[in-house]
Design a protein around this ligand. Structure first.
Ligand code: PEP
Ligand code: MG
Length: 557
């Protein structure tokens, strides 16, 4: 029996024989093209259009979130700039397939260098490229396996367009060697209810036909599982589903200590999912998501409409002012010059200081959007704050704009270390564990080969979070968490034990976190936090926390 560990991104247990994707798309050779270039260009553009149409018809058939992803891919295939690049490539003597391949390469580099969220979309782009190249080379497209019995799909990566064709009655789980929890494939797997594990190194070594158990909650892939292991995983799954179903209402511990559970959103389009999963409010509205494609600063009316839609839906909403730079470049907020290391450059509040008119315009729009609502409905926070001086600058600007609740994200280790200074200048903190981990471990969050170093269970990060939460408590201020760590139900209990006052996460993670908190007392959460911090490694910290949280077992966690 062998076991592989990846990241579970869609809970559920699938047991069956391994199947793999069929076909593979070759890289088109770099040979000079000597035929009719006009006809070759037409062939390339026709292939792109055919792929767009195919993606559109899959989008229509799939509906829901899958529709949006596939429709966006169809737009990529129809991008006029891409067509222009392809035309130039063929005129310069490339074959249609090679010109398509190289033109996508250009956009791929742009996206890949853009940051975690945008570069997670590179896989979508590659998929459009491969489909087009396969057509032009009369090669078999990558396809789903045929199987007479329910199977577990193991693949390098899985494109949303293929995922859309997966029938959960046949494919009982899928496992990818690559990918990550924020890629579209992970998001859609959750939406479709297919158990899934991503970033599972070595999974492709499992031979086709071998019987495996894939556990999308724990991320474990077990080859030749014993019947007892299957029973245990299924019982855990059932317990989890029951616990999640019965934990409703506001977030809090078993003994009634309230920990509001909030949603991370990117705009009004995410409201429905947040409500559906019982979010009590929004803990992180990533306002920059509204404007990633804009060339000029967003207009006031456009901003007010987006903010009001979210403010109308929830009794408390934390909007983060534009967090541009590094991960998420916005073309209307450029840094001063070329930066060799953008994650350490002008980003977040640093960029807004360079463009005060944009910051002031956004704060004005936010204040106007909040008119007529109770004063504490809107809370506004700044990303990438380093010290008390920056925090004060931001709070002053919020006050000038008439915003009553002004806070900051704790993402820079210096801000966590001196949180007691900063607490005097702001109304609340929100711990951004994604960036705080990036900076405290000195690991670029986009470098997937170093994900092991970004583990939020590493005690150094736990210490920093504990320190910041304590500073907030001492100053009588709130301290939420809005990084991905909050979505881990075991970590959520630890965070409550550290004194964190609210947890914000992507909406589908809310029910399980709610159930885990509701199953434990505050004293148990505090003991879990103490035990985790006493450990020396991430693995030991997690194990120690688990040992202090007795109801995890009954939740199947
Ligand atoms: C974070 O850094 O933890 C965070 C929530 O912000 P983002 O992921 O948008 O950088
Ligand atoms: Mg951040």
């Amino acid at each position: 029996m062998r076991e592989f560990l990846g990241t579970g991104v869609s809970p559920g247990v699938g047991v069956g024989p391994v199947r793999v994707m069929t076909g593979s798309v070759p890289v088109p050779p770099v040979e000079p093209f000597t035929g009719d270039r006009v006809a070759e260009t037409a062939r390339a553009l026709a292939a792109l259009e055919e792929v767009a149409q195919e993606l559109e018809s899959r989008a229509t058939a799939a509906g829901g979130e899958t529709h949006d992803v596939l429709a966006a891919q169809a737009l990529m295939a129809r991008d006029p700039d891409l067509a222009g690049e392809v035309t130039v490539g063929v005129s310069a003597g490339l074959s249609a397939a090679r010109a398509v391949y190289e033109s996508f390469g250009f956009y791929r580099e742009l996206l890949g260098g853009a940051g975690a969220y945008i570069s997670a979309r590179v896989a979508d782009l590659d998929d459009v490229r491969d489909r087009t190249v396969a057509r032009l080379m009369a090669h078999e497209e990558r396809g789903l396996p045929e199987s007479g019995e329910p199977y577990v799909l193991i693949t390098q990566d899985l494109a949303p367009a293929d995922l859309a064709l997966l029938d959960p009655a046949h494919c009982v789980a899928f496992v990818t060697e690559e990918g990550g929890p924020i890629g579209h494939t992970a998001i859609l797997a959750r939406a479709m209810g297919i158990p899934a594990i991503v970033a599972c190194p070595g999974a492709l070594e499992v031979p086709v036909g071998a019987r495996v158990l894939a556990d999308g909650a724990s991320g474990r892939l077990i080859v030749d599982p014993e019947p007892a292991q299957i029973d245990k995983a299924r019982a855990a799954e059932k317990a989890r589903a029951e616990a999640v179903g019965s934990a409703t209402g506001p977030g809090g511990t078993k003994d009634g200590h309230a920990v509001p559970l909030l949603a991370n959103v990117g705009g009004p389009k995410d409201i429905a999912s947040a409500l559906e999963h019982g979010a009590e409010g929004v803990g992180l509205f990533r306002s920059e998501y509204l404007f990633l494609d804009e060339a000029v600063p967003p207009g006031e009316a456009e901003q007010i409409a987006a903010y009001r839609a979210v403010l109308e839906a929830f009794p408390r909403v934390v909007v983060r002012v534009l967090d541009a730079g590094a991960d998420k470049p916005l073309s209307f907020l450029p840094p001063a010059g070329v930066e060799p290391n953008p994650a350490l450059g002008e980003r977040g509040l640093r960029l807004l200081r360079r463009h005060p008119d944009v910051l002031e315009g956004q704060l004005r729009a936010l204040a106007k959007a909040a008119e007529g609502f109770p004063p504490d409905r809107l809370r506004v926070m700044a990303p990438m704050v380093t010290d008390a001086e920056e925090a004060k600058m931001f709070t002053d600007k919020c006050r000038e704009a008439g915003i009553q609740q002004a806070g900051i994200m704790i993402e820079v280790p210096a801000a966590a270390v001196r949180a007691h200074d900063i607490a005097e200048e702001v109304d609340f903190f929100s711990l951004g564990t994604n960036d705080l981990a990036q900076y405290v471990f000195a690991v670029d969050r986009q470098v997937s080969s170093l994900t092991r170093l970004q583990d939020p269970w590493r005690p150094a990060l736990l210490d920093l979070m504990a320190h910041a939460a304590r500073a907030a408590t001492d100053a009588g201020k709130g301290c939420g968490v809005c990084g991905e760590a909050a979505a881990d139900p075991v970590m959520a209990c630890v965070l409550a034990g550290l004194g964190v006052t609210s947890l914000s996460m992507s909406s589908p993670s809310l029910p399980l976190v709610r159930a885990a908190l509701a199953a434990h007392t505050l004293a148990e959460c505090q003991e879990a936090a103490r035990a985790a911090r006493a450990a020396r490694t991430a693995r030991d910290a997690r194990a120690a926390a688990r040992a202090a949280l007795p109801a995890l077992e009954t939740l199947g966690l």
